[in-house]
Design a binder for this molecule. Sequence first.
Ligand code: SF4
Length: 364
Amino acid sequence: MNLLSHNVRSLEGALAALGEPALHATRILRRFYGHHGRPDWADPRLGRRLRALLEAAPDPNPTRILERVESDDGTLKLLLGLSDGATAEAVLMPSYREEEASACVSTQVGCAMRCDFCATTRGGLVRNLEGPEIVGQFLHLGAEAQERGRALKRLVFMGMGEPLNNLDAVLFAIERIASPALGALGWRRITVSTVGLVPELDRLTALGLGVHLAVSLHAADDALRGQIVPTAKRFKVADIVAAARRFQERRGRIVTFSYCLLADVNDRDADADALADVLDGSRSHVNVIPYNAIGAGLSGVVYARPSAERVEHFVERLRARGVVAHVRDARGDDVSAACGQLRERRGPHPFPSPPPLRGRGEVS
Ligand code: SF4
């Protein structure tokens, strides 16, 4: 009975099977998540036997921190070891509000999507992360934020991997992270990012979750997008934007379109105009992300970040067409800012079966 696997109802059943009052389920899970998976179980309402079981159980978080790399701007990258020796990255970013932080979690080890400007995909897809491995990242990030005097307030599924290629595990994690009785982050503070897998996006829409959606477009022209995001060729840009609009209509949440800006590739005036055309005056938000250098992409092309002036000009050209657009600040430039670089540098970790860090959290 691993606490990371349970929601309230399933834990109620597990407690009943142990002969313990089912009503403790909410109390246990609130305490577990409220302390980022590291609670003491000193609550006398739980009873001596149940407290002893909780105290004796191994740490249910299947990830452990192998490395912390902190940027001058406060961005923290965590390299996490998994039980099979694989590694994944998670990122914590201080918000402009002094007491808040945002975070980014990975959903796969590696990635199959082959985006040409991305370090994560250079080793291909190793495997999907399991739901508890995603929730485990959230717990570490919450604890790290607290140690820095901040509360984790926003989370995006955008690190290593394509979230919609591992949607069941993502849904498992969202339920636990958002639910008031568990992670209590709230649905509206969670964003799922995708390169635009239309059937999976429609599945997410049909579920009616209250999360936000970000679609990584990177080009409004199908031919250019096919070079930058080769495996997304099977979906036309217009079809992806249409699927994003279906999500927006169902949820009433404005979709963000992410656009990684690559010098002399997709940063020309014509590219901005094509993007404005495809969005066609619809309510949306474009998040322009100046490229973080990774060396040669899978195609062998070495991309460059456009100048600050070029980035600003691109954004202004979109705004002149009525598109709401912002530049995402470069974060963690001094600490392998692009996702996948830390994992790439470190390689597999040498502890295939990490011992539990803390003797708490698993009931039996
Ligand atoms: S940018 Fe995201 S979807 Fe594309 S290869 Fe990298 S991790 Fe995968």
